[in-house]
Design a protein around this ligand. Sequence first.
Ligand SMILES: [Zn+2]
Length: 369
Amino acid sequence: MGPKSTAFIKTALKAFHATGAHRLTPTAASGLGAIFMLHNVAPDTGYEFEPNSFLRVTPEFLEDVIGLVDDLGYETISLDEIPGRLAAGADAKPFVCFTFDDGYRDNRNYALPIMKKHSVPMAVYVPSDFADGTGDLWWLAFEKAIRQSRHIDIEVASEHFELPTRTAAEKTHAFNRIYWALRKCPEADARATVKTLCENVGYDPSGMCRDLIMSWDELRAFAQEPLVTIGAHTCGHYALAKLDDETAFAQMNESITRLEDELDLPCHHFSYPYGNEMACGPREYRFARRLGMSTAVTTRKGLIHASHKLTPTALPRLSLNGDYQDIRYVQTLLSGAPFALLQAYENLARLPSAARSLVSPRRLATSIG
Ligand SMILES: [Zn+2]
């Protein structure tokens, strides 16, 4: 799902929110269930400039979501149970699964106590370089560098950015301008650019992984928790689709082997870093199957349907996004209505533009209501 689809879903969410239309959606749209995607779980920091805060939800919001899915009659299951649910189809109770990417220590400190309190399984996908303490959390390093800078002067893929970064608004503007240029260029180049930027402002990001991510020792203890499943997330957290066949396969294979060796547990589950269409596709889905993964998750937005029985290594997820910590948005997403609407809207894209311009997400949502 590209930025346009994401923008569509956000607009549709607001429209459904305003109209209450999601309550009228047929149950078929809600499918078999959902896999939630989270990253950080921690209290708010209060920083005015914090562009990666969409990756963090508060412990209170996580607990509210658990309460919501319980009220709606969903069963909370582990990743190991998903193949069975796909085989059972609509005969089984609807399910949700909670997954967390990257192995942040706050998953253990803040999320685990809540999951234990409510007996809810959780899966954490860890890049092996991150657990080693040598990985590159470049998107966070980029934020830190801009936070302590007053002016940015940098080249990204032969585009020159010279921007003031004194105020929070200027910092946010600079981050947004440069971030997507970085995401589009070869990842090694993007990381080198961020490294240069960090050097220019005097910030050393080398301790970031050790500060934020669970070490192997911590993961070994964490993995012993009965509710916890650990999945693989490559070695170096690269967008696999940008790598050649051999390197992409090795990134997946070595990370799975490493997890199994370090934790002395089998690894059956994988998450593609970044997870959108720029980061993974049919080649990676095949690799995951070849490596014996029983599930693999993307960041494509959607619910789990019976048809995913055929594509268990290309599963969509629902992001619990820090910018949308409103339980009504989660209920709307679980209804499946925004995705049914997106499908309808994409079908309309085949119409002549004059007809298409008559239909907005808000108008569609309102007409469904
Ligand atoms: Zn990740």
